[in-house]
Every structure is written in C-alpha cells, then in structure tokens.
Design a protein around this ligand. Sequence first.
Ligand SMILES: [Zn+2]
Length: 138
Amino acid sequence: MTTTPCDGCGRPVSVAGGIANLWSFEKSTTEGLSLELVDGTDHFLCFECVDDLPNEATEADVDALPDRPPDEPIGRPEWAEGSDDGMEWAFAGTGLGAAAGAGIGLATGSLEYWFVTGAAGGLLLALLAERLSGDTGS
Ligand SMILES: [Zn+2]
C-alpha cells in the first residue's frame, strides 16, 4: 500500500498496488485516480476532489480546491463505489464462467474452447446482472 498526495486537497491518498490487487476480491482500497483535464494537464486527485471539480475542469480549478486536514478520511462518492461493485461482478462472473466452462470442456474433451467460452459467457452474464442490480438499487 502506497500513498500519493492529492493535487487538490493535499491529503495522502491510498493507491492500490498493481496487478496483485486487481485480482483480489477485496474491496479496492484506492481512494483516488489520475485525471487528464481539458487543458491537457495531469493531476492525481482523491475521489472527493474529483467529485468537487466542475465539468471541463482545468488546472485552475484544481488549484482552487480547498486544502483539507491530512487525517480527514476520504469519502467515496457513489459513482466510485459503483465501479468497484462492477469490477467484482465481472471478476466473479468470469471466474464462475471459466470454472463451468472447464467442467464442460473436461466432459467433452475440448477444454481450451470451453474454458474461454465459459469465461466470456460468465463475464457477459456478470455485466448483465450488475446492470440489472444497479437499476433496482438506485
Ligand atoms: Zn483531494
């Protein structure tokens, strides 16, 4: 786990490390993201600052963001939570699909074909299920 200072408020922001975190099913601990603004500048911002930026933000908008105490916890807007859920659904679906596909593959003797087909089918079903659950949840 590493932290990067937020360009907006100056708080240290946890960033999840690399591929190891991508494949874990833990709730992502990343609290911010890199953003390219309309004026072409890159900034690393916590979710709260991203949420505070206007549409079509520029570097001046980032500079204008208020500083926050470094020990104030970083809140996660709903859109950040939602994207995490989507990733979990996708990974779970792909894993289940691959497992089911491998089972069919073993039974039919064409393991590779069914493994890939199962994973792809699982991913599609997961995205579909995530979309449906998102519709009823909001
Ligand atoms: Zn910030």
